[in-house]
Design a protein around this ligand. Structure first.
Ligand code: SF4
Length: 239
């Protein structure tokens, strides 16, 4: 695609995001947002999930039963997370799970950069295993849906419901941005939604196994991610 065509597409998608945000307003429900996304983007829509729970997947499946689900298969996940992905695949047979993988396997990365890059240069490891695969995958879509919530972290406190994602060049929809932890618990109980067993084991925010610890009682739920480091985000949603 030439630069000028890509710019035109970007301008159109930016306008679509602005129009959607204006039409739906700041109090739109998750169902309204996903219905709009499914109607507006059809098969050019993908839903990202870290397989902590299937709330967003369940909501999206109700709006578009054959929706595609993006899972960043970093090669470093807990077995429970892979198990949750497989359970989602079995529970929602109409949807397709797109496993986005890094260009290098973990052994190939180890050979080039040395073992345990995550312990020495987590930003580089996240760039190789999360950001680039996400970029590669999102290039095939016009919009992505994420489960980012404002209460999760100060860096997420102003998350919009619909926006144009400058970093990845497509529309970003955050249907549960305004949901509280109670909203999540209620939806999970009401709908019998799948939850990663690590949540009940004390992990409120689950990422790659080497970079996820249990937060201390009373600490920010995301404090177990890259514990002991200043890093708080993978580079997918914030700084
Ligand atoms: S979370 Fe850790 S293991 Fe996963 S990609 Fe980032 S640095 Fe690497």
């Amino acid at each position: 695609m030439s630069g000028s065509v890509r710019e035109t597409v970007g301008t159109d998608l930016r306008a679509t995001a602005e129009r959607g945000a204006a039409e739906l307003g700041p109090d739109a429900t998750a169902q309204d947002l996903l219905a709009w996304a499914a109607t507006t983007f059809g098969d050019r829509l993908i839903v990202a999930s870290n397989m902590q729970d299937a709330v967003l997947i369940d909501l999206a499946h109700r709006a578009k039963p054959d929706v595609e689900v993006l899972f960043l298969e970093t090669g470093y996940h807990f077995a429970e997370t892979i198990g949750t992905r497989d359970a989602v695949d079995a529970a929602y047979p109409e949807l397709t799970i797109v496993n986005a993988r890094a260009r290098q396997s973990v052994p190939e990365q180890d050979a080039e950069f040395g073992a345990e890059l995550f312990a020495r240069e987590p930003d580089r490891c996240c760039a190789l295993r999360k950001v680039t695969p996400l970029q590669d995958t999102l290039a095939g879509y016009d919009a992505w849906v994420t489960g980012v919530r404002r209460v999760e972290a100060p860096t997420r406190a102003t998350t919009p419901l619909i926006t144009y994602d400058d970093k990845f060049g497509l529309v970003k929809i955050n249907p549960i941005a305004a949901w509280s932890d109670d909203d999540m618990d209620r939806y999970i109980a009401d709908r019998g939604v799948l939850v990663n067993p690590l949540v009940d084991a004390g992990y409120p925010s689950i990422g790659c196994a080497p970079c996820t610890a249990k937060p201390q009682p009373g600490e920010d739920p995301r404090s177990g991610r890259w514990a002991g480091r200043a890093k708080t985000e993978c580079g997918l949603h914030g700084s």
